[in-house]
Ligand binder design. Structure first.
Ligand SMILES: Cc1ncc(COP(=O)(O)O)c(C=O)c1O
Length: 443
């Protein structure tokens, strides 16, 4: 990611260098997140992200600016402020043109924009009934539903790519994807769209998107949408290098924005003018970025705080790059500590882990269904004050021996301390020692 001037979204070369911000101290970090429930070991930054006090205060200032003089805010402040956010994103993701970057509410909205566009290609006979969309089996549930709502209803066929888990290397993923592409095209079917996660949600692994995009291009897939909901602030994003047509990421997961804000990158093409926000406003027809910047009267403040966020991250050694690096190193260290304590294994090698890692849980916990996984998560929250998502991995046909069927998705963000993970370790150790199994949990 590029280093940015935090106020105007330009690189430091075209403005006077700003004095380096004061490095943040440990006690300031604690104070920035002092609104977090202090009783909870929060090792689930993946689901909802986090927002420091400085940014909440900045959001509040934007909200008050609106409430103080809404007409002035609407006519003079909102558009330039969203433009500033778009410029910052453009630099962060290495997009060529500002028009390629729109700010939307969340990845769910971004998916609706892209998939609605594909629907229109079916309605206008650019695509034909039976043409396919390819999606990972591990795609986020809401995005899968969106594919169902927009593609299946329009007459499209959906191909799910089954990926191995635990995963040993990214070449396993490349192999399965290639197989699915070939099988998808086997009877002359055209694959019109590929939806590929950059970091899958559950189970959580980094997907080699650049390689998969290249394979899609080689096989003539018309459009490629990368769901990078977890990516910005977690791993590097270079949209030019990745080469997809569409890329979205939430700013509220790993980039410290309040809920909710995301960007949608749409590569410059003739198609860009056919993309529309599903919520139609006065801005309809003025380009997706403009349409997205006004979807009716609402609170836009979460989309406006990115300059303050960039200032915040600059207080950490190495800025956002430094944060990402340390989060990754720390989550791997903690994951390895846990697998050693429980004598289990990681769900993916460290280089496929970002700031999130899948940690195998002891087999004796008896996790035998998605329901068990959910109930165990609730049990950990209520009885041990640990917030961590649990994944149920069904045994594959032919597997024998004691197979790990439960994995915890742990995360590391700047507010975490080693005690959060020790609490989780000790909670599971106690469950094991007490002879607990999920069968004991009824609701
Ligand atoms: C891979 C993936 N895609 C999409 C989403 C949806 O994000 P949001 O609820 O912010 O729209 C999520 C949320 O966790 C996700 O993990």
């Amino acid at each position: 990611m590029a280093s940015l001037h935090p106020h105007n979204g330009t690189t430091n070369t075209d403005s006077k260098p700003k004095p380096k911000p004061e490095p943040i101290t440990e006690s300031e970090i604690r104070s920035e997140f002092s609104h977090h429930d202090p009783t909870i070991a929060r090792i689930n930054n993946g689901s909802f992200g986090c927002c420091p006090a400085t940014i909440i205060a900045a959001q509040n200032r934007h909200q008050l600016l609106f409430l103080r003089q809404p007409d002035h805010f609407y006519f003079n402040t909102l558009k330039p402020s969203i433009l500033r956010t778009r410029r910052l994103i453009q630099t962060l993701i290495n997009a060529d043109h500002l028009d390629e970057v729109s700010i939307v509410d969340n990845a769910t909205t971004a998916a609706a924009i892209v998939l609605q566009n594909i629907t229109w290609s079916f309605f206008t006979s650019i695509f034909n009934p039976g043409d396919a969309a390819l999606i990972l089996h591990y795609a986020y549930g809401a995005v899968k539903k969106s594919v169902q709502a927009y593609i299946t209803r329009a007459g499209g066929h959906v191909i799910e790519v089954h990926l191995p888990f635990p995963v040993r290397s990214s070449s396993d993923i490349v192999f399965e994807f290639q197989k699915a592409l070939h099988m998808g095209k086997a009877n002359g079917r055209k694959i019109r769209l590929a939806v590929i996660d950059h970091i899958t949600s559950m189970p959580c692994v980094i997907i080699p998107v650049k390689e998969l995009v290249r394979m899609c291009r080689d096989e003539g897939v018309d459009r490629i949408f990368i769901d990078g909901a977890h990516a910005i602030g977690n791993i590097d994003i270079d949209v030019k290098d990745i080469g997809a047509d569409f890329y979205t990421s939430n700013l509220h997961k790993w980039l410290f924005c309040p809920p909710s804000a995301a960007f949608l990158y749409c590569k410059m093409s003739d198609e860009l003018s056919n993309l529309h926000h599903p919520v139609v406003s006065h801005e309809y027809g003025n380009g997706l970025a403009m349409e997205s910047a006004w979807i009716g009267t609402r609170d836009y403040s979460a989309q406006l705080v990115l300059p303050e966020v960039m200032e915040f991250v600059e207080r950490f050694d190495g800025g956002i790059e430094g944060i990402m690096k340390r989060n990754h190193e720390k989550v791997v260290e903690m994951a390895e500590m846990l697998v050693e304590a429980w004598v289990t294994e990681l769900g993916a090698p460290p280089e496929m882990c970002a700031s999130l890692a899948m940690v195998g849980l002891p087999v004796c916990l008896g996790i035998k269904s998605d329901g068990d996984a959910l109930r165990l998560r609730k049990h950990l929250r209520e009885c041990f004050k640990v917030e961590v998502p649990i994944y149920y991995r069904a045994p594959v046909e032919g597997e024998v021996g004691s197979i790990i069927t439960g994995y915890a998705r742990i995360s590391h963000q700047v507010y975490n301390v080693v005690e959060d993970y020790y609490r989780f370790r000790d909670a599971v150790n106690k469950l094991v020692k007490d002879g607990f199994t999920c069968a004991l949990l009824t609701k």
